[in-house]
Ligand binder design. Structure first.
Ligand code: GLC
Ligand code: GLC
Length: 648
């Protein structure tokens, strides 16, 4: 709906800033006017009853104009290039890696020299784990930020970060950084002022004089870290108040019912966008709106905030895509892509956390039925949005899919999850996995799983036991797990170290700032001497690295793997085999994976069910042709084997 007063306000504001709305900046101006009513509508949905609603809306307009003014010309050109490509981030050409700068290469200054390594692997997209200022020992891996605009001295300087971005951009690489939207460190300036009694900043957080409201909130809010940080509130002796701390006690939740907080954080988002961030990872968006009597997760207002951010970003820094890190139930994750009128107008990306966990489910049980039972939900993803697909990341694995999906496969949900936890923590007799339980909640019986890809696939144990067969089996599992996530659709994100099989690192147990958090076991410190072994024929490192490298190479060759809502699941002809078909522009790719330690037989009919197919299939993985036989004949997959089959 057009609003002429708003139109006038925008043109005047832009002219005052000497933005050339008639010529060079006309596209920006057009985007602004086109989105303005939606922006105002979403903003009012959240803040119309707030006393400063109008004043702060004017500020919002100003923050957007400022963001555009500050945007470096090179980035504006990059925006145009992406616009021309259209849906640039759905491409099969992108492969990502997520890494801690200090643990990967010491600091930002050391990163450019490692770009060659990434390129060798085929990675052209880096997610740098949080690098902004965060107090040592109370940092949650950088997710407790004390200054959103200052790079932590441990990593380097903001100039070095910009230099990294520029070098990456010249090397045709993409950059992802985090915005930790939900909370600040208790050492952030706003929190310090709140502690000093400054009312304005106390309103930036959820602060209470007594336990009355905190107790009520606690009744319905789950605990994220029940062992390390029980409850959702922390006593602040400096100002004699309770403050909401959903994560650790040093992470104070920001109060988004205060529009001033929203505007400050929008400005911060633009600051990151103008550093040249291609994908902005919005940390923990499920938590950003709180309401008494609810779980304070996935509330409708959290979606309104994300939609508002999306609209603003699309106007001022349109080349920045948004990733919503919502690790929640499948049905809830889907909503972060936007629903109804806002379908595909909220987050451009979400983590396919459901599928990630389901891969681990299938690997432990050798049964793919739970995985299949969840797909009807995941296939709802709107066209134009995409997944981050992954097997491991810096966080734990949560078994957050629904009970009914487990029951559908004929299992009891409680027993099934108990089995998975026992299997991956290595307690289950005969399990080759070496992981650990994370965030065990004695009250609810819930727990999640820590451990590196290699250790959970059995490599740590097999190496310890000097078991050649076990090592080969672990490598096959690692590559099968990676392949499954690389070809399913979305941007594959490798967790650093997994490309050559780093096993768990237990040194965190001696570190005061880390011992309470076993997620550190799967966050390795890279030993570049070890990494050199990727060049030695037949080392474990070389076998995993070259396999991963080849998978990326194959992915980049096949446009059919781009994420165009072009995924079809093959019916479960064999419960050990998960198979999907990718189609695009008349091309097809059958991807079949055997999650079992024994050979699996798949009826040839599986390849004919989705329309006629030529009788020869070329397997890109083995570089070998296969003939499709009669329906009563079988395609035989070796243990943990997978095939990437293109009809010729
Ligand atoms: C996200 C991060 C996780 C962190 C949490 C709190 O879930 O991925 O590492 O602990 O947010 O910021
Ligand atoms: C919360 C977040 C999830 C993260 C976890 C950290 O549950 O939603 O993203 O994995 O915290 O362990």
């Amino acid at each position: 709906m057009y609003n002429s007063a708003l139109h006038k306000q925008i043109s005047q504001g832009l002219k005052k800033r000497k933005i050339d709305i008639g010529n060079s900046d006309n596209m920006f101006y057009t985007r602004f006017v086109a989105n303005a009513t939606t922006i105002q509508f979403l903003y009012n949905e959240l803040y119309q009853n707030h006393l400063d609603c109008d004043d702060l809306f004017n500020q919002l307009i100003d923050v957007m104009a400022n963001a555009y003014t500050q945007r470096p010309l090179a980035l504006k050109h990059r925006d145009d290039d992406k616009e021309k490509k259209g849906n640039w981030f759905l491409s099969n050409d992108i492969a990502g890696m997520s890494l801690y700068v200090d643990r990967f290469c010491g600091n930002l200054a050391g990163l450019p020299a490692k770009l060659e390594y990434c390129k060798k692997l085929g990675v052209n997209f880096l997610h740098l784990m949080p690098v902004m200022q965060s107090p040592e020992g109370e940092s949650d891996g950088g997710y407790a930020v004390s200054d959103f605009r200052k790079v932590d001295t441990r990593f380097g300087t903001i100039e070095q970060l910009i230099d990294v971005q520029e070098q990456m951009s010249r090397a045709q690489m993409y950059l992802m950084l985090d915005i930790v939207l939900n909370h600040t460190s208790h050492r952030h300036e706003w929190a310090q002022k709140a502690k000093d009694g400054d009312k304005k900043y106390q309103d930036y957080f959820y602060m209470y004089n007594d336990r009355h409201l905190p107790d009520q909130f606690d009744k319905t809010m789950p605990e994220v870290f029940p062992e390390a940080a029980p409850g959702n509130f922390t006593w602040v002796p400096e100002c004699n108040k309770w403050v909401m701390t959903v994560f650790h006690n040093y992470q104070w939740d920001l109060n988004y019912s205060n529009p001033a907080v929203f505007i400050e954080m929008l400005d911060t988002i633009f600051f990151y966008a103008n550093l040249g961030v291609d994908v902005l990872r919005i940390d923990a968006p499920a938590f950003i709106w709180k309401q008494l009597g609810t779980t304070c997760q996935n509330l409708p207002q959290a979606h309104t905030i994300l939609r508002l951010i999306k609209q603003c970003v699309q106007v001022a820094t349109p080349g920045t895509a948004l990733l919503g890190e919502a690790i929640v139930a499948p049905k809830e994750i889907m909503k972060y892509f936007g629903t109804g009128l806002y379908a595909a107008k909220e987050c451009d990306f979400a983590y396919n956390a459901t599928h990630m966990a389901l891969q681990w489910d299938a690997l432990a049980t050798s049964d793919t039925r739970v995985m299949l039972a969840a797909q009807h939900e995941l296939l709802q993803k709107p066209y134009g949005t995409s997944w981050i697909t992954y097997t491991r990341c810096h966080d734990d694995i949560g078994l957050g899919y629904d009970d009914y999906m487990i029951q559908y496969a004929g299992y009891d949900a409680y027993e099934h999850r108990r089995f998975l936890k026992e299997y991956y923590s290595g307690v289950f007799n005969g399990s080759p996995a070496k992981g650990a339980l994370f965030a065990v909640n004695e009250k609810t019986g819930d727990a999640r799983i820590s451990g590196s890809l290699a250790s959970l696939c059995g490599l740590e144990k097999a190496v310890y036991e000097n078991n050649e067969h076990g090592i080969t089996e672990a490598i096959n599992k690692i590559l099968m797990m990676q392949a499954h996530s690389f070809f399913i659709g979305g941007l594959p994100m490798i967790f650093y170290g997994d490309e050559l099989g780093y096993t768990n690192d237990y040194s965190y147990q001696e570190d005061e700032g880390k011992h309470y958090d076993n997620r550190w076991m799967h966050r390795p410190v890279i030993d570049w001497k070890k990494n050199e072994r990727i060049n030695e024929e037949n080392t474990t490192e070389q076998r995993i690295f070259s396999g991963t490298q080849r998978l990326i190479e194959i992915r980049k060759k096949l446009e059919v793997v781009s994420d165009f809502k072009n995924l079809t699941w093959l019916p479960p002809h064999n419960i050990h085999v998960a198979g999907y078909l990718r189609t695009h522009n008349g091309k097809k790719l059958y991807c079949v994976f055997n999650f079992s330690s024994k050979a699996a037989w798949l009826t040839m009919f599986a390849f004919k069910q989705h329309g006629p197919v030529s009788s020869t299939l070329f397997d890109h993985w083995r570089q070998k042709e296969f003939t499709i036989g009669y329906d009563h004949e079988y395609f035989i997959l070796e243990p943990y084997g997978f095939y990437l089959l293109e009809p010729l």
